[in-house]
Design a protein around this ligand. Structure first.
Ligand SMILES: *[C@@H]1O[C@H](CO)[C@@H](O)[C@H](O)[C@H]1NC(C)=O
Ligand SMILES: *[C@@H]1O[C@H](CO)[C@@H](O)[C@H](O)[C@H]1NC(C)=O
Ligand SMILES: *[C@@H]1O[C@H](CO)[C@@H](O)[C@H](O)[C@H]1NC(C)=O
Ligand SMILES: *[C@@H]1O[C@H](CO)[C@@H](O)[C@H](O)[C@H]1NC(C)=O
Ligand SMILES: *[C@@H]1O[C@H](CO)[C@@H](O)[C@H](O)[C@H]1NC(C)=O
Ligand SMILES: *[C@@H]1O[C@H](CO)[C@@H](O)[C@H](O)[C@H]1NC(C)=O
Ligand SMILES: *[C@@H]1O[C@H](CO)[C@@H](O)[C@H](O)[C@H]1NC(C)=O
Length: 479
């Protein structure tokens, strides 16, 4: 029923969006249109000290955000210590993007509706998002007594879950650094019965449901064959000093995936099971985060609006151009490079639509938009030595021997006149000094949704206001 409605809305809105006005702002005269950066700043320092962001400690509903592989991560002691292989990160990123594209493609939406009405579970295997590439984690307290567990946070999915004992009994778990949660020793834990309405709604929310026993069993398979399955349950969650009793979550006894030692996932999507939806009374579906410029620093994830939203946040409405399921949709209307607006017809953006995603690393653009960005970037970088592309990145430079480099500024314009200037750390992806690449990629198809990824979100305060129907951005969000 819900999906049928969404399809109707989708069709209506696609038609309407052709009449949208271009909200892009013109270049401001006098403003410097390039960044001068130290070549060394493109790489994490070799020091093992972590620099705390001052903002994180301000609000009681604020959590530290750390990069999984840096000195700030408590997971970096053993298993996660090995720094990620860049090729693996980008390969997993491409798998996540592929699964987002198939989830959001119209063809699959149609199949999905059919499968839901037949209660088939086949389709779930192609549904959902890959988790291995999401690089940022927070620590949340679960149960009574409280267990601190490190969870990957994900704006692209809803259900929060952690690995649960007994693993290795009839279940299996992947290696995690912290002790695995044991629901039998938590006094606030309870299974959700199959007779409960919330168990029923698993299916409509896109999850697999098994009610062959009296307790509700959930399951979901992510794009890369990562999966989690176990008891759909209620438990106490503690975020810094805010305590919530009886939140629905997944107590996963059968889990597999490349989670680099994290204990599970914190779902921040728009669906009814997500953490923001379940705490709507308290935080009004508002949360914000800042992803640090490098793994040597912390960022923050803050719930509610009392945690110090910047005065300079500029909002853009959550897009209604297409049904974006759990994702937060955005309408990109323009891109500027070195202060010049690229000539990209608005329909190049409005036809596929766009989302913002905390778990996608590299921003994906419609092919024509990426081509225009690449051309302008290359032109401006013409006095640097270009080198071979790598993985999904095709515009790379050799900065060997250079102390500083000048790179053109890149800014995105969103519906409503909101201009987001990408930080100097959000334009390039550095494999090593001899191979530093433009950190954007083109989609394979004009109809694939564009994705505003996490490299480009670095150091911004990104505000998700689900109830207000808008997403906001401000500079210097980690300060
Ligand atoms: C859990 O984390 C909080 C905040 O980081 C800390 O104050 C507390 O001591 C930790 N509790 C345990 C049991 O480790
Ligand atoms: C989980 O807790 C229960 C009750 O305290 C205990 O009997 C059981 O051995 C624990 N399981 C594991 C795997 O630690
Ligand atoms: C449901 O779970 C039971 C075990 O609890 C399992 O034997 C059965 O195969 C599952 N059914 C499906 C359709 O996965
Ligand atoms: C594990 O097996 C026990 C009994 O052997 C069963 O009650 C329980 O539902 C199973 N757990 C899952 C997650 O399938
Ligand atoms: C959340 O809101 C409910 C209803 O207003 C209130 O009873 C509860 O104490 C609040 N919880 C927190 C952690 O603020
Ligand atoms: C790149 O753009 C900046 C700002 O417009 C300009 O100052 C610089 O000369 C350009 N460099 C090249 C090589 O075109
Ligand atoms: C590239 O051109 C800029 C001016 O547009 C200059 O400042 C910079 O030194 C040049 N870089 C190289 C490697 O020649």
């Amino acid at each position: 029923m819900k999906n049928l409605l969404n399809i109707t809305t989708l069709v209506l809105c696609v038609c309407l969006s052709f009449g949208c006005t271009d909200g892009a702002q013109k270049r401001k005269s006098g403003e410097v249109s390039f960044h001068i950066i130290q070549a060394s700043s493109l790489f994490p320092s070799s020091s093992s000290s972590c620099v705390l962001s001052p903002r994180a400690s301000n609000a009681k509903s604020s959590l530290l955000v750390v990069h999984r592989h840096g000195p700030c991560s408590s997971l970096s002691s053993k298993k996660a210590k090995t720094s990620p292989n860049h090729d693996d990160v980008l390969r997993l990123d491409q798998a996540r993007v592929k699964s987002i594209h198939s989830k959001l493609s119209k063809k699959l939406t149609a199949q999905y509706r059919v499968s839901q009405s037949r209660l088939s579970t086949d389709l779930e295997a192609r549904d959902g998002s890959i988790l291995g590439s999401g690089n940022y984690i927070v620590t949340v307290g679960i149960g009574t007594p409280k267990h601190n567990l490190s969870l990957v946070f994900d704006t692209g999915s809803d259900l929060t879950w952690t690995q649960c004992q007994p693993c290795g009994g009839n279940g299996t778990c992947y290696p995690q650094e912290e002790p695995i949660f044991n629901s039998s020793s938590s006094s606030s834990y309870s299974n959700i019965p199959c007779s409960s309405q919330v168990c029923d709604s698993l299916t409509s929310q896109g999850y697999y449901k098994n009610c062959s026993a009296s307790s509700c069993i959930y399951g979901t398979v992510y794009g890369d064959s990562s999966f989690t399955s176990g008891f759909f349950a209620k438990e106490k969650f503690t975020l810094n000093s805010d305590v919530f009793d009886g939140l629905n979550f997944g107590c996963g006894e059968i889990n597999q995936g490349l989670f680099y030692g994290a204990a599970g996932l914190l779902g921040l999507g728009r669906g009814t099971f997500s953490f923001p939806s379940q705490t709507a009374m308290n935080y009004s579906c508002i949360f914000s985060y800042c992803l640090p410029s490098s793994s040597d620093y912390t960022g923050h994830l803050t719930f509610g609006s009392s945690g110090g939203l910047s005065n300079s946040v500029k909002y853009t409405p959550i897009s209604k151009v297409r049904d974006t399921a759990s994702f937060y949709g955005l309408d990109i209307v323009g891109i500027t490079v070195a202060g010049k607006e690229l000539e990209i017809p608005l329909t190049v953006f409005s036809t596929p639509g766009a989302i913002i995603d905390s778990g996608t690393v590299i921003t994906r653009l419609p092919p024509k938009a990426y081509a225009a960005l690449r051309t302008a970037f290359k032109e401006n970088m013409s006095n640097y030595t270009s080198t071979m592309g790598r993985s999904i990145l095709d515009t790379c430079y050799d900065f060997t021997g250079l102390e500083t480099v000048e790179i053109p500024k890149v800014a995105f314009s969103f519906e409503g006149g909101t201009v987001v200037k990408v930080d100097s750390q959000g334009i390039l992806y550095a494999f090593d000094v001899s191979q530093v690449c433009l950190a954007f990629a083109g989609n394979g198809d004009d109809g694939d949704v564009a994705i505003f990824g996490n490299v480009q979100q670095k150091t911004l305060q990104v505000v998700y206001d689900g109830a207000g129907g808008r997403v906001g951005f401000a500079p210097d969000g980690c300060m």
